[in-house]
Design a protein around this ligand. Structure first.
Ligand SMILES: [Mg+2]
Length: 292
């Protein structure tokens, strides 16, 4: 039985310290925990490896990811969860994002509770879009956009007006669709695309495949890119993000990508290793790092 296929000759796992896991398609799929995920993650921790979870989904707070992961047998803490919403909060807290008066910026949020919640926790001044177009539109420094299952024309209008009158535009992610049990639904990227068209400004992208979010994670973990392994199920977000930061990449086939697609992918999207599922991760690492 072939446990894994290695597509790159240069990458090695000998200095591995941190394993970064995408969530949907890697640890669970919709509401279903993928077989072997809790056991593999426990094994990684037993080996002294640090584990982080990296997701583009901006609808939940880190606290709710911790609650969910812990409830399915993967105990973890907030410091180990990197969502695009949390990364946005860090971004807006940086000196270059300060408002003209030197304070933290005022940010119009088009998104769900996870995005607003993380920004508030980071001390960012969260502004909600007015419910109607005929109301006074707020003056803000930034517009940030993520998945919003209650998107309305009034929200698109508020975002567009803010951008037209000088606010800068930030996207938590650009994932056009989001996988659910019965198929796919419009994702945050579809809303970003609408606001980009209306506001005629390209957004700064925070989530995958932007290297920004993974660089933040590696910085907080205190490791170099080559000391981490990024495990994901998508070529154009997960694998591309890892490759742009110089982090070794591993594709699992429990999400949206087939082995054939991965092997045929252009170099910039081709993972260093492929395994069937996260259940095979211990076997791959024992091989790659030498048995302890
Ligand atoms: Mg995924």
């Amino acid at each position: 039985v072939r446990v894994h296929s290695k597509l790159s000759k240069s990458k090695s796992l000998s200095s591995l310290k941190v394993v970064v896991l995408d969530l949907d398609g890697v640890v669970y799929r919709g509401k279903t925990t993928l077989p072997g995920a809790p056991e593999s993650i426990a094994w990684l921790r037993d080996q002294g490896l640090r584990v982080y979870f990296l997701t583009n989904n901006s609808t939940q707070t880190r606290a709710s990811y911790v609650a969910r992961l812990t409830s399915i047998g993967i105990p973890c803490c907030e410091e180990e969860v990197f969502s695009s919403a949390y990364a946005c909060a860090i971004y807006f807290g940086k000196p270059k994002c300060r408002a003209k008066d030197g304070g933290l910026p005022r940010v119009l949020v088009i998104g769900e509770g996870g995005l607003a919640g993380e920004l508030k926790r980071g001390g960012i001044h969260v502004v909600r879009p007015p419910a109607r177009r005929d109301l006074v539109q707020p003056k803000v420094d930034y517009v940030v956009v993520g998945m919003d299952r209650k998107i309305t024309y009034a929200k698109l209008y508020a975002a567009q007006q803010a951008i037209v009158y000088g606010a800068r535009f930030v996207a938590s992610n650009r994932d056009p669709v989001y996988p659910v049990e019965h198929g796919i639904i419009p994702g945050g990227g579809s809303i970003v695309a609408a606001i980009e068209a209306a506001g005629q400004q390209k957004p700064v992208l925070i989530g995958k495949p932007s290297p920004y979010i993974l660089k933040l994670l590696l910085e907080q973990a205190g490791v170099a890119p080559e000391q981490a392994l990024f495990v994901g199920d998508r070529l154009d977000t997960d694998i591309y993000c890892g490759k742009r930061t110089g982090t070794p990449t591993l594709l699992v086939l429990t999400g949206v990508t087939s082995r054939k697609e991965a092997e045929k992918a252009p170099e910039r999207l081709r993972p260093d290793w492929i395994i069937d599922s996260i259940a095979d991760l211990p076997k791959l690492l024992e091989k790659g790092r030498g048995r302890r």
